[in-house]
Design a protein around this ligand. Sequence first.
Ligand code: HEC
Length: 99
Amino acid sequence: MNLKKKFALSSLLMVSLSVSVNAADIEEGESLYQDDCVACHDSSVFTRPAEERKVNDLEALKKQVHRCVMMTELGWFEEDEANVVEYLNTNYYKFKKEE
Ligand code: HEC
């Protein structure tokens, strides 16, 4: 299955999943992060002063995680990205959730 199809499928899956599963899984996010994300940067990029950081709100965090996932061709599901966003936000960024 190519990546595009996989992503299309994962979006479909999310629609059905989001009905029953709302809370992202922070522990799952942490282990995904430790496995796949530490090759290029360590956590110091998340704790730089705000003016040096790329990411300064939750939307930007989601986009940046997505960009890094695509760049690395990890083929993660949207759920994986959501878990890592939750993990990074809980531990480093601490942005307020919109809603
Ligand atoms: C192929 C190398 C590479 C990998 C692997 C990678 N990243 Fe990145 N990431 C980057 C680069 C380059 C930047 C920009 C760093 C900078 O501005 O100094 C970045 C920046 C970020 C930022 C923004 C930091 C800020 O300034 O606030 C986040 C969040 C992030 N990455 C998350 C992830 C996650 C999650 C993963 C695992 C899926 C990941 N990255 C894997 C290269 C990578």
